[in-house]
Design a protein around this ligand. Sequence first.
Ligand code: NAD
Length: 318
Amino acid sequence: MIWALSRQQALRLPSQLRCFSSAASRSAAEVKRLGVVGAGQMGLGIALVAALKAKVPVTLVDSSPQSLERGLSFAGKLLAKDVSKSRITQEEADEAWSRLTPTNLIEELGDVDFVIEAVPEIPQLKFDIFAKLADVCPPHAILATNTSSIPITRIAAATTSDPKDLSNSSRVVSTHFMNPVPVQKGVEIISGLQTSQETVDTAIAFCKAMGKIPSVSADSPGFLANRILMPYINEAVVCLETGVGDRDAIDAIMKNGTNVPMGPLQLADFIGLDTCLAIMKVLHTETGDSKYRPSVLLSKMVDAGWLGKKSGKGFYDY
Ligand code: NAD
């Protein structure tokens, strides 16, 4: 079963199943322009850090003009805050700002060397976007996804109608950044069965150029970070719905007892309850293991449109 294979195990597959051929073989220095698709909390953070730390021009695509405007205004505030706290100079902030090119059109990614997709965690939406990226981006460009849980092998498969043709699927990889991107150093690098080693190497090099610390994990449900984090958050919601503790007790004991900056319910609000639910559903359906069953309360809150910080209401009001 593909899910159970680590990259090392995958490399022990018969040679006809291994994927070493690739059009994509570039170092971080050869990434002259980045594309980011989705200007929500993750895409915006990725674009900003790439402009600031890797110093590359970024084409930032969002299909929603309102989201794009909101994202840019947030980027401006983050830069101003960094200047006011003397973390960067005004000149560095101005340069980073000037490197961001916003657009509503994915077709404008025709000159990028690396693109990172950060649209909502909806499988078909990602598949459609990757099919489009394979068409629009230059043949050498790396096509990366920020998915929290959707199999990379499946996303890569969406780039081609002929599974034997690896020219597009070998350049698909996951760069799974952590939230908030400007603060968190970790990034998970995950390859699909089709991903070439050159693609992985370029992704690692580029993430390092962004000041991040990459960890490699297998294309397995939830990868590493969410395989561990989401059942923790889900269990906190189950504790709330079954009355083991109230919101404040749950967050306080985990915050004060494990020395984390926020409790699991507040963290869920910051991640987005829709994203948390989507990841739990993937863990549950892909493993078939009932221990990953999403909390009923979590599902109901998403039904109500209470998505956490981004919608103004979640376990807390914003
Ligand atoms: P978000 O809802 O804040 O932002 C998504 C953005 O994508 C929105 O601005 C939306 O307008 C835009 N969008 C939707 N359809 C589009 C399309 N067809 N073309 C271009 N733009 C489109 O979501 P987010 O929290 O930034 O999450 C994005 C991805 O990152 C998801 O896959 C999520 O699982 C993953 N992720 C999220 C977190 C987190 O803590 N929120 C952490 C790691 C990874």
